[in-house]
Design a protein around this ligand. Structure first.
Ligand code: 5AD
Length: 344
């Protein structure tokens, strides 16, 4: 196969995606990154969208093998933030000029539909902010209620497109059921985010290709491709972190295939490589998600070990200097889905 030819194509086949993810030569990988960056620029110009995260509960009813929040982990100090704590964190996010609040937690039914609705209504009333929910699988009625209350977006990663691996890592649950949730969220009208974990044991390049193609098929608005990092309190504690090159190639190829979706430079990438935010933004990513979870909770949202932690205001100051350096700027507006804009 001829690299230049593939990079000039509008649609890529599965074999071509496998080919791109398998590139090894430095000059070829460089071409891949340049192509991804060009496509990112075509759709988003120099705007980088920020999403402020509040990790409001680390209780989780699930037992995913790779995750430090899994219910079997008895070493984790669990916390739940009150509604008032969540609202005051949303206020900090807004005051920092960020126009999306991401409410993230383990799967925790302590937060009833009506409590989540109440939180959404209060944030929407007090602040000019978009809301993204990232709280796992819930019922269709709940999704509808939260959409009606004003939530704009929902993140629910498919994690892996290989259904056998999916069932291995998720207590024998079915990928099909996960995808039904994502489709339901889309149908209800959420801007929907999916994505994978790169570097799970048993996963190969074809699986990662399928992850990217699945995001395309599902017409996701946001897609997050993040590296596996082991949690010492999970059965995968001995597994090495994802390969950095493979992680970066995945982000770049995802940009080339998915074109106008929002792709974050994730906290996991930041944890994997010190300058992850900058590197991600240069190879296809257009979103950064600063973490505003307050002390003392922040240190206990331990999805994986050594999760990068920082003071969000300092982080933002450094980020703005970095953006300036690479000729990018914080996006104006809420940074809604480009697909949504096209359909309006
Ligand atoms: N490494 C990287 N990402 C992980 N997640 C969970 N555990 C890990 C890990 N060990 C991601 C999953 C999940 C999100 C909450 O965190 O993709 O959707």
């Amino acid at each position: 196969m001829e690299l230049d030819q593939i990079l000039n194509k509008e649609e890529l086949t599965k074999d071509e995606i496998v080919f791109l993810l398998s590139l090894e030569k430095e000059n070829e990988i460089e071409k891949l990154y340049l192509c991804a960056d060009k496509i990112r620029k075509k759709y988003f110009g120099n705007e980088v969208h920020l999403r402020g995260i509040v990790e409001f509960s680390n209780y989780c009813e699930q037992d995913c093998l790779y995750c430090g929040l899994r219910k079997s982990n008895k070493n984790l100090q669990r916390y739940r933030m009150t509604k008032d704590e969540i609202i005051s964190t949303a206020e900090k996010i807004t005051q920092a000029g960020i126009k999306t609040v991401v409410l993230q937690s383990g799967e925790d039914h302590f937060y009833s539909s009506s409590l989540v609705t109440d939180i959404i209504l209060t944030i929407k009333k007090k602040f000019e902010s978009a809301i993204t929910l990232s709280i796992g699988e819930r019922g269709r009625d709940e999704y509808e209620e939260w959409k009606n209350a004003g939530a704009d977006r929902y993140l629910l990663k498919h994690e892996t497109a290989n259904d056998e691996l999916y069932s291995t890592y998720h207590q024998h649950e079915k990928l099909k059921s996960r995808l039904a949730h994502i489709k339901c969220l889309k149908k209800i009208g959420f801007q929907t985010g999916s994505g994978n974990i790169i570097g799970l044991p048993g996963q190969n390049i074809e699986d990662i290709t399928d992850d990217i193609l699945l995001c395309k098929e599902m017409e996701c608005d946001m897609c997050s491709f993040s590296p596996f990092i082991p949690s010492q309190d999970s059965p995968l504690r001995e597994v090495p972190s994802a390969n950095t090159d493979l992680t970066l190639k995945t982000i770049a190829v995802a940009r080339i295939v998915l074109k106008n979706v929002h792709i974050p430079s994730t906290t996991a990438l930041l944890t994997l490589i010190g300058n992850g935010a900058e590197v991600g933004l240069k190879i296809g990513a257009n979103v950064i998600m600063p973490n505003f979870t307050p002390i003392p909770y922040r240190d206990n949202y331990q999805i994986y070990k050594d999760k990068k932690t920082y003071d969000p205001i300092e982080f933002l100051n450094e980020l703005k200097v970095m953006l300036d350096k690479i000729d990018r700027k914080v996006g104006e507006g809420k940074g809604h889905s480009l697909k949504l804009m096209l359909n309006q």
